[in-house]
Write a protein that binds this ligand. Sequence first.
Ligand code: ATP
Length: 445
Amino acid sequence: MSVNTSSVSLGGKMDKIVSLAKRRGFVFPSSEIYGGLASCWDYGPLGVLLKNNVKRAWWIDNVQTKMNMCGLDAAILMHPQVWEASGHVNCFQDPMVDCKSCKKRFRADELNTSVCPECGGELTEARQFNLMFKTFMGPLEDASAIVYMRPETAQGIFVNFKNAANSTRKKLPFGIAQIGKSFRNEITPGKFTFRTREFEQMEIEFFCRPDESDKWFDYWVNERYNWYIEHGVKPENLRLREHDKSELAHYAKACKDVEYNFPWGWSELEGIASRGDYDLKCHQSSSGENLTYFDEERNEHFLPFVIEPSAGADRAALAFLTDAYDEEEVPNDKGKPDVRTVLRFSADIAPIKAAVLPLSKKQELISVSEKLFADISRICPCEYDERGSIGKRYRRQDEIGTLYCVTVDFETLNDSQVTVRYRDSMKQDRISISELTNWLKDKIF
Ligand code: ATP
């Protein structure tokens, strides 16, 4: 059993982010008390809020607010024929080589040496390794009981194309979106949560008339690129990369990746592919079901063409976390220069929106603070912290990206106002308690 590789250094900034993620409860190594499990990670108390915010933002922008979109949540286990029809049983594989000395495994297509990059040993011939996890359905463990853990959510959408179209009465062009877990037995996982064997995808299959597919491809490339920027990623850290002909699958018309400039280099966050009618055609021929669409306006039956924006929730969350990470020099409590670590998340991605901090542990202040926490936590995730100096408490909140710190002090008892401190500018304002929740709603939503 291979253990977690969390000790592998990814270099300066990334090491700091991995360490902050563990210390503050964003991401923990899976099964850590048993030494961890390679490439598996658990999202902690803050991580679950962060990833949920990423998924919620994606769903609101791509499904809820688009008239021509609908959602789906298909089962992870699907009929094995799905994966034969889609080509995954025969073609979803990477070339693998083993080192004859240290026994480590590598993806042959990622190596730029002919010997082992770890120990210089001799490598075996490359052989194809299928990335799908297999398991058995029911009590018999024989070939007839084999099912696969889905390696992508897309096929759950294709096989439900007719169901979704009929039940929603949607007309072309329209899309079906899904968020869910996928599993790939990656030969070389790594780089923290960037490449794991269990991960979450956020996928869209957008069905359109064949002669309109170029237009919709451009539309989705634009939408998806801008989505990361709208939610806080700095434009200089994001780029589009067009696949050249040699990278395209034989049926694909075009593909562009949205890439983020991680500390280790530009890497894929999402791929947007123009897939023609390949997927529906494969399922139609394998299942025998007629999957054509009847276009009333044109009075013709045809298989729609598909544009597929396929993103990873874990990679998006990691990009938002990396992009938000900042260190700046500011004076500490005693006026000495100090480094402040701050996660500059956008308002919708920040896991915690506000923190209530009573200036002292005197009961009068605690009572007001507890009541404030009760009111604020009804509208957004809020923390309550009464321990340590106020300066240290501010820093703790900065480090997790909390947007507003609400301090209750002795003046509050006289004027019913609190001090609100802004994360980015560290500016402070007095705001009346009776207006506070509406003020926060305005700022956050
Ligand atoms: P890569 O080339 O990085 O392996 P891919 O091109 O195989 O990715 P797709 O099959 O296009 O990836 O999957 C769509 C998205 O799903 C990717 O852009 C990525 O965000 C996410 N994804 C794919 N594989 C993984 C993985 N092993 N771990 C985390 N996210 C993944």
